[in-house]
Design a protein around this ligand. Structure first.
Ligand SMILES: [Zn+2]
Length: 492
């Protein structure tokens, strides 16, 4: 029988007072290789050690996070100091990804007391039943557990039982077995023991429960609403997120809790390149081989659509009240690829944006909100964003055409098509087959598209760019048309 007072004591096992530890039925010396690294250390100690290792080698400890140099620096400092972190920002900018990237600095597995609901450390157990085992049993079985990262979703209906768990000192006094569910069923906060507890939308956790969290964040211990101090000394790193856009007025996170966390803002990607990188890395098609490929100009157009929708400087975006996150970029890439594959294509062209840009609307429609008075014009607003993004990207491409060769290039383009009813019609697929006949255009296409598969798309964007910047060529369905004007041609 265990003394009730014993469960309040902090226990520290050393080789001199240790029981026999068994792993898979075999006796092991946990202070020897290869076990020594996987116990008796707190998550903060592991992370601190890893960060220093990375600093020494000059490498980035968070390679999963694109950009965000300043934020990474703040995270490193906060973690080194053993602080809890609150990521502030709108959804879709990588708060969860950041918390998972931090977890990756922990060992991929830990040595734990077998069957423990909070994977107790063999040398410093915290739950009643493990304390009893290491103090009173001759042999204690161990097991490997994977790295701990527990998401604790902010839920206004959350109960103490869900957050902290069912813990009853009274039942122990009455003689219940320590493993009995009425004595101890851990809640999510306790399950984060030895790892990371990620409080997703911390402000949505009821105020009364937030009060319990102060102590947990500060001292690793908890007082139940009945006033009992729970005899757990948790060893976890608390990371939380909050989206200020979800709340009006005052912060839903109470001041004392805010005071215990370092706040770090996570905003949208700073550059177009970062936006593209995030879109590509997270694409549904990233690891598949037989997919339609996206040339860089389409990567730019699609990422720009999203960035213009967020931009304070873009006049079209002034009617947008809720901006699209990186998920919009990711889904834009996915959807144009899907559309191209459905049409049996191996490379993205403008037609994959859909009729009236419907494919873009699919990715953006639910991810941006517009002001009440233009609600019925949301589709028009998206169309304008697409036009703006194509114009900008085409202007860049047009600027790469050597001025002194422009007339010559235009003549070559005209000879790609055939005359019909006073116009010249250029079929892209036919023209791309005959590219070697057109020396200057071919050179330009080669500079745009290194790979052969890209050429069709490159020729299209070249014609589109000349068309948008000069008005000499226009797109009709899937081909390009030049108004045929003999005198104008002769003048060239
Ligand atoms: Zn335990």
């Amino acid at each position: 029988m265990m003394d009730v007072e014993e469960i309040f004591e902090e226990i520290m096992i050393t080789p001199s007072n240790a029981p026999v530890y068994l792993l898979h039925g075999e006796e092991v010396n946990i202070w020897d290789e290869p076990f020594e690294y996987y116990h008796s250390r707190s998550p903060t100690e592991y992370i601190r050690e890893k960060i220093l290792e990375f600093e020494k080698s000059g490498k980035d400890p968070f390679p999963d996070i694109v950009g965000k140099e300043k934020e990474k620096e703040m995270v490193k400092t906060a973690l080194m100091s053993g602080s809890s972190i609150l990521f502030k920002g709108k959804r879709g900018y990588g708060k969860t990804t950041f918390s998972k990237a931090i977890a990756k600095l922990l060992p991929d597995k830990l040595l734990a007391i077998k069957g423990c609901k909070i994977h107790d450390d063999p040398t410093r157990p915290t739950c009643f039943s493990c304390k009893k085992k290491v103090l009173h049993e001759r042999e204690v079985e161990l097991e490997w557990v994977p790295r701990v990262w527990v998401r604790i979703p902010g839920d206004p209906m959350m109960t103490t039982r869900q957050l902290i768990g069912g813990i009853s000192i009274q039942k122990i006094r009455e003689g219940y077995d320590l493993d009995h569910p009425e004595v101890f069923v851990p809640g999510r906060a306790l399950k984060a023991n030895r790892g990371i507890g990620y409080y997703d939308e911390l402000g949505a956790i009821p105020t009364a429960l937030q009060t319990l969290l102060h102590e947990l964040f500060e001292e690793g211990q908890i007082t139940t609403p009945e006033g009992d101090v729970v005899p757990f000394h948790l060893n976890s790193i608390e990371i939380a997120s909050t989206n200020p856009a979800n709340y009006r007025g005052t912060s839903p996170i109470k001041e004392p809790l805010l005071d215990r966390m370092e706040q770090i803002e996570i905003g949208p990607p700073e550059s177009l390149e970062e936006e593209i990188e995030i879109g590509l890395r997270n694409s549904h098609y990233r690891k598949m081989e037989e997919v339609a490929k996206i040339p860089v100009w389409h990567m730019k157009i699609l990422a720009r659509i999203v960035r213009y929708a967020r931009s304070k400087r873009c006049h079209i975006a002034s009617k947008i009240t809720s901006e699209p996150s990186c998920r919009a970029t990711i889904k834009l890439y996915d959807h144009v690829i899907s559309y191209a594959i459905r049409n049996g294509k191996s490379v993205i062209t403008l037609e994959d944006y859909g009729n009236n840009y419907d494919v873009v609307k699919l990715a953006l429609g639910g991810r941006l909100e517009v002001t009440y008075e233009v609600e019925t014009e949301k589709e028009k607003i998206i169309e304008k964003l697409v036009e703006e993004a194509i114009n900008r990207t085409c202007a860049d491409i047009y600027a790469t055409i050597p001025r002194e060769e422009f007339n010559f290039i235009l003549k070559e383009i005209l000879s790609m098509g055939y005359k019909m009813n006073g116009t010249i019609k250029i079929e892209l697929r036919e023209a791309v087959e005959r590219l070697p006949e057109f020396k200057k255009v071919n050179e330009l296409i080669q500079t745009l598209a290194e790979d052969k598969w890209m050429r069709l798309s490159a020729l299209e964007i070249l014609l589109e760019s000349i068309g948008r910047c000069t008005g000499l060529i226009r797109r009709e369905y899937n081909h390009y048309v030049v108004e045929y004007d003999e005198t104008r041609l002769q003048a060239m």
